[in-house]
Design a protein around this ligand. Structure first.
Ligand SMILES: Cc1cc2nc3c(=O)[nH]c(=O)nc-3n(C[C@H](O)[C@H](O)[C@H](O)COP(=O)(O)OP(=O)(O)OC[C@H]3O[C@@H](n4cnc5c(N)ncnc54)[C@H](O)[C@@H]3O)c2cc1C
Ligand code: FES
Length: 262
């Protein structure tokens, strides 16, 4: 059950060229949130911008009653967020949506992030207790690959891809995922494998195709522009095999087999 809360800022740091990490205090959100869920943040104390902005839970720490957000400045709302200081309060609604679910029968966990799609993977990786964990990260450039090194704490192995080849393999993150599946996994362990992905739509589509082709269970965190964030405005509808669904309420995490891509 989401709540609206004024959360005190415990930490706020610049972690990349346009990227920030925000630590907020909320015992309720930290205790109730699941990896893959998000919060809807009011980015100013006034009415502009009117709409809250959805940001994934990057880390969840119920023991200390805090959660972290990792965000990139792309427009007015996220720019205004950067002006908040430690000790001030932010108006937050959450936790929202349905997150990732981890099947204990799976022994190989492949987490794939494109661009800011890295954000929810940290919380997901920290929640996976058994089996082998692999992280595949893709971005346009080395600079855009924020907090990638931190994924060492949640993965047995990390593979990187950038569009310009400034770090990792030159090319798409979906290509390094496919390469790993074809060269490191056997027919025996494909049913024991799960893919979890978050990133831009073309990346998610490519990963869904790989998952179907290789018969691997796959969960995708879909991203759509949002208004209400609670299923009321129907602004974030996507097409699924079961009709239109709301990314904010029915997702953002969906089974890859559900999504209709055209
Ligand atoms: C479920 C969910 C989780 C998200 N998690 C994160 C996160 O952890 N970290 C993070 O940095 N961002 C995340 N985003 C994206 C974030 O919500 C947008 O970047 C933010 O709302 C932009 O607000 P703005 O006012 O700064 O930019 P605006 O001025 O609103 O937009 C600037 C540009 O960004 C594009 N844009 C805005 N929102 C979206 C969107 N939802 N999808 C695609 N393009 C968009 C616009 O088309 C425009 O080109 C998430 C989005 C969703 C739906
Ligand atoms: S944002 Fe309003 S229904 Fe999803």
């Amino acid at each position: 059950m989401p709540i609206q809360e004024k959360c005190r800022i415990q930490d706020h740091q610049k972690v990349g060229p346009r990227h920030f990490k925000l630590t907020l205090l909320s015992q309720y959100i930290a205790s109730h949130a699941q990896p893959g869920q998000f919060v809807n943040v009011r980015c100013s104390d006034g009415s502009d911008p009117l709409l809250r902005r959805p940001i994934s839970l990057h880390r969840i720490n119920p023991e200390h009653g805090v959660f972290e957000l990792l965000y990139e400045v792309v427009g007015k709302g996220t720019e205004m967020l950067t002006k908040y200081f430690v000790g001030e309060e932010l108006d937050v609604l959450g936790p929202l949506g349905n997150g990732f679910s981890v099947d204990p029968k799976k022994k190989i966990h492949l987490m794939v992030g494109g661009g800011m799609g890295i954000a929810p993977l940290r919380a997901l990786g920290e929640s996976i207790k058994g089996g082998a964990r692999y992280v595949f990260l893709g971005a346009k450039t080395k600079e855009a690959l924020v907090c990638g090194e931190k994924c060492g704490e949640i993965a047995d192995q990390i593979a990187l891809a950038t569009d310009d080849g400034t770090t990792g393999k030159k090319g798409l993150v979906s290509d390094i995922l496919l390469d790993f599946i074809e060269n490191q996994l056997t027919a025996y362990n494909l049913p024991l494998t799960a893919i979890y992905a978050c990133g831009p739509r073309p990346m998610l589509k490519a990963i869904a195709e790989i998952a179907v082709q290789k018969k691997i269970d796959c969960q995708l965190s879909m991203e759509e522009r949002m208004a209400c964030g609670i299923g009321a405005c129907k602004g974030c509808a996507i097409k699924t095999k079961d009709g239109f669904k709301m990314v904010c309420k029915d997702g953002p995490v969906f089974d890859a087999k559900e999504i209709v891509w055209n």
